[in-house]
Write a protein of this length. Structure first.
Length: 186
């Protein structure tokens, strides 16, 4: 058994949260407006510092990286589907892995890390129940149309370039708040 907090180069993540081949399984997703009707381009500033906290707003299907009160970046995401909802609450980043290997929880097969693997090229874990782990991860380009929808088994999917950028500004231990909606402040 590996220590889930220590990133290992060839870490095999046993994740029930990844919705690998969900569309081929015929799983329904919650109806959402098309991603094109919402902000789809990540809001980026060249980060001059690390994020002090992340806010995942489920209702907006977006993750926000902040340094104090300053927004560093925001990215569109896909979240957990009905029955496999992304957990709400206050968490911390507990695990970070470059090039994660995915182990299929149904048949035990391994999928090597790549831009086309179910986990993409980065993993940022923030929740665990002793058996399953949930976090931010990349998604294959062919599945990017699922961003903005509730389709996963609880994990938070991002485009590979977005999860790579997020990975660069977070470190283990930073807070992650998962909320349904966020009050706008102007």
């Amino acid at each position: 058994m590996y220590n889930p907090i220590t990133p290992l180069p060839a870490l095999i993540l046993w994740l029930a949260c990844v919705s690998f081949a969900m569309t081929s399984l015929g799983s329904p997703s919650q109806a959402q407006p098309p991603l094109s009707s919402r902000t789809t381009v990540a809001t980026r500033q060249t980060p001059t510092s690390l994020a002090t906290h992340l806010v995942l707003v489920l209702g907006e299907r977006k993750v926000y990286a902040y340094h104090g009160k300053t927004l560093l970046a925001s990215y569109p995401v896909a979240i957990g589907k009905h029955g496999w909802e992304t957990p709400k609450g206050n968490f911390t980043v507990i695990q970070m892995v470059e090039n994660p290997i995915w182990e299929n929880p149904w048949n035990g097969s391994h999928v090597p890390a790549s831009v086309n693997s179910p986990l993409g090229v980065r993993w940022i874990g923030f929740w665990r129940d002793g058996k399953n782990t949930i976090g931010f991860h990349g998604t294959p380009k062919k599945d990017e149309h699922l961003l903005g929808k509730a389709v996963s088994h609880g994990c938070v999917r991002l485009r590979n370039p977005d999860v790579t950028a997020l990975y660069e500004v977070v470190k283990p231990g930073i807070p992650v708040s998962v909320v349904q909606s966020q009050a706008k402040t102007y």
